[in-house]
Design a protein around this ligand. Sequence first.
Ligand code: OAD
Length: 232
Amino acid sequence: MRDIQNIVILTGAGLSAESGIATFRGPGGLWEGHRVEDVCTPEALAHDPELVHRFYDARRAKLAEVAPNPAHVALARLDAEWSGQLLIVTQNVDDLHERAGANRMLHMHGELKSALCAACGDNVEWEDNLPPGTQCPNCGTPALRPDIVFFGEMPYHMDVIEAALADADLFVSIGTSGAVYPAAGFVQTARYHGAQTLELNLDPSAGSHWFGETRLGPAGTLVPEWVDAMLA
Ligand code: OAD
């Protein structure tokens, strides 16, 4: 077993569940109340922009009511204190990693607090509601949309993520169902390059068998325990 210097951490909706943000799948999940194809595809945006914008406006507004939980705080501490390379790749579009103080992190599925211009491709920080037809401050086209990676669109930062996975000594997946690619395949990439692999999740994910070790439980408990052990 090689020494652990370089760590890649993938996080999903389960990480923010204890902060009060609904996960996507399972009882009470967001995809129970809304069909994915109605709110999370380019076709939905073209067909019913009011509905798609309203869906993300509500989720953006919810951010004001929630706060980072002990799992976000522990990962921010690991980021601050780990002397090797570290990259937190989140599928989450909330801002709880940042609010906990994490720096070495990327949003691969976009961010609620960002708007994307469908005309010029500019990304703009965004706090308030985003009605369809809002003008882009960069090019002036009324084409700002939620900066969310819809199904069928390319996730962000894949080149940086692939490079980090190739160099990783340890890959840790936290709070994700393993239902959505390419993130669901990161464990296989990391294994291929020789990394140890660990899953921390409430239930076994779809790709649980790929992990060298799985610990089941709430992230708010498992993640601080794991971080304490890594920094001991
Ligand atoms: P899911 O809702 O698919 O899965 C959440 C996972 O978190 C499940 O495996 C739960 O068992 C686990 N979980 C729930 N509560 C937990 C807790 N307190 N502690 C630890 N684990 C817990 O969410 P994601 O895997 O993040 O994409 O979903 C992946 C992508 O599918 C999302 O980024 C989103 C969605 O469609 C886009 O919107 C593009």
